[in-house]
Design a protein around this ligand. Structure first.
Ligand code: XIL
Length: 442
């Protein structure tokens, strides 16, 4: 009798488990089940005319998710994609105004942190793609394209990749001093294994990749002195006198893993104003293209300041854009495919008298100056978009509260983006949109 009771209890528990499991599979939303965000979040009555824009631009109470506010990307449709970086936790609650702003205004997305290699490959044979999977799912529902950021970098990269013993707990500096860094073969094996996991996984969804990020210093490839162990470990494999072979290895592995349709890019900062670095990028990419490494474009991160010299920036984009001739010559079957993207645009406000920064409350006058600079910049970018050079402009963050510039290089209240801390639209938003009407070409 007791046995029977026990048996039926067990059976009941099993059935419950079964039910729960079934329920879970049924309730789990498939990507098709997410709503058509772009359609839901913006009124269809909007006209996208200059008059309409001017009727709203001085209203500082308009919220980023107001359905009667036009979607920013729409002003530039067919000319250039407008994008945004965000963190995985900013796309969990679809009622959140910040999330709605992401879904509504931009048609290309990038994850700010959770697709970096340290997050996705924290230990040998351990992969963590949950955040990236959800990113892809939400981006697809929002009808937005995606950039993958990033694979090879000296920062936010798994430290175990660089150690002879992946379980070694000492710092890379100590491993370097003690001669216990990974071997060339180990590092190549680890990075290509990772590339073969992540690239095919998102092959049909993520078209643009920052295969390499920030590999240069002001004049050439980064070294241990610049906190990078890549060149130190892999070094000059082909004996051509340059220790940047790890870049080639990563690009070739990514191409092999993802196929010819992917747009594989190299991304870096300061090229906006540092001519020596732009030249170093030009020289390295040219050399690699001539060697048969298909690099499809260069990302200008564009972490600029409100006093940025737009003319110097323009000249440096021109310099890099001229690589398209080399690209077309080396890869005639892909001619026209080389591009520049503005990958991480934001605008530091702490310059001049405010340079020291702090918990400053920015005036509307200062916001106006910022809006003028954003206008000048966008106008310049659109010259390149018209020529088919720039095909995407992405902002690095959703709003002034959610910006890495509040903590980098130190804790202070920066105001780098188009949306204010209270989710209202700053004058920047409208001046960016306005360039779509006033832009007259180079
Ligand atoms: C930044 C993120 O925004 C921060 O949250 C993180 O703490 C550090 O990295 N260049 C890049 C980006 O390529 O990946 C960086 O992102 C900003 C500078």
């Amino acid at each position: 009798m007791k046995k029977m009771k026990l048996l039926s209890l067990l059976l009941a528990i099993l059935m419950l488990f079964n039910l729960a499991a079934c329920g879970k599979t049924e309730a789990e939303p498939e990507s098709e089940e997410l709503p058509d965000f772009k359609a839901e979040l913006t009124s269809t009555d909007l006209k996208y005319t200059l008059d309409e824009l001017e009727s709203m631009e001085n209203d500082r109470t308009l919220l980023v998710n107001d359905p009667n506010v036009p979607a920013l990307y729409k002003y530039f449709e067919g000319i250039v994609k407008i994008g945004v970086a965000f963190t995985s936790n900013q796309i969990l609650d679809f009622e959140d105004p910040v999330t709605q702003g992401i879904l509504k205004h931009y048609n290309i997305y990038v994850l700010g942190n959770e697709m970096k290699s340290d997050h996705c490959n924290p230990a040998p044979d351990t992969y963590n793609f949950d955040d990236a999977d959800n990113f892809v799912k939400v981006a697809k529902a929002a009808g937005s394209e995606m950039r993958g950021h990033t694979i090879v970098w000296h920062s936010q990269v798994p430290q175990w990749w660089f150690k002879a013993d992946p379980n070694d707990q000492s710092s890379l500096q100590d491993c370097y001093n003690n001669g216990t860094l990974a071997s060339r073969e180990q590092l190549i094996e680890r990075v290509t294994t990772y590339i073969n996991e992540i690239i095919p996984r998102y092959k049909d969804d993520i078209k643009y990749w920052d295969v390499c990020n920030e590999v240069l210093n002001a004049s050439g490839i980064r070294t241990v002195a610049d906190d990078s162990y890549w060149a130190e470990i892999i070094g000059d494999v082909d004996g051509n006198g340059y220790s940047d072979d790890y870049v080639e290895i990563a690009f070739n592995a990514a191409r092999e893993a993802g196929g010819e349709d992917l747009v594989l890019m190299i991304n870096d900062f300061n090229m906006e104003w540092q001519n020596s670095k732009t030249q170093a990028m030009y020289d390295m990419v040219e050399r690699m293209l001539r060697k048969g490494v298909r690099i499809d474009g260069v990302g200008f991160q564009s972490h600029i300041s409100v006093d940025c010299n737009v003319n110097t920036f323009r000249q440096n984009i021109e310099k890099i854009a001229s690589l398209s001739e080399v690209y077309d010559e080396c890869f005639p079957e892909y001619a026209g495919n080389f591009r520049v993207q503005i990958t991480e645009l934001d605008m530091n406000m702490f310059v001049g008298a405010n340079a020291d920064g702090g918990f400053y409350k920015w005036s509307e006058e200062e916001f106006k100056q910022q809006a003028d600079k954003y206008y000048e910049l966008m106008d310049m970018f659109l010259d390149f978009a018209d020529e088919g050079v720039i095909d995407a402009i992405l902002f690095w963050g959703t709003d002034d509260e959610n910006s890495w510039l509040n903590s980098t290089p130190k804790l202070r209240r920066n105001a780098a983006l188009l949306v204010d801390r209270d989710n209202t639209l700053k004058p920047d938003f409208w001046s960016v949109a306005k360039t779509s009407f006033y832009h007259t070409g180079p």
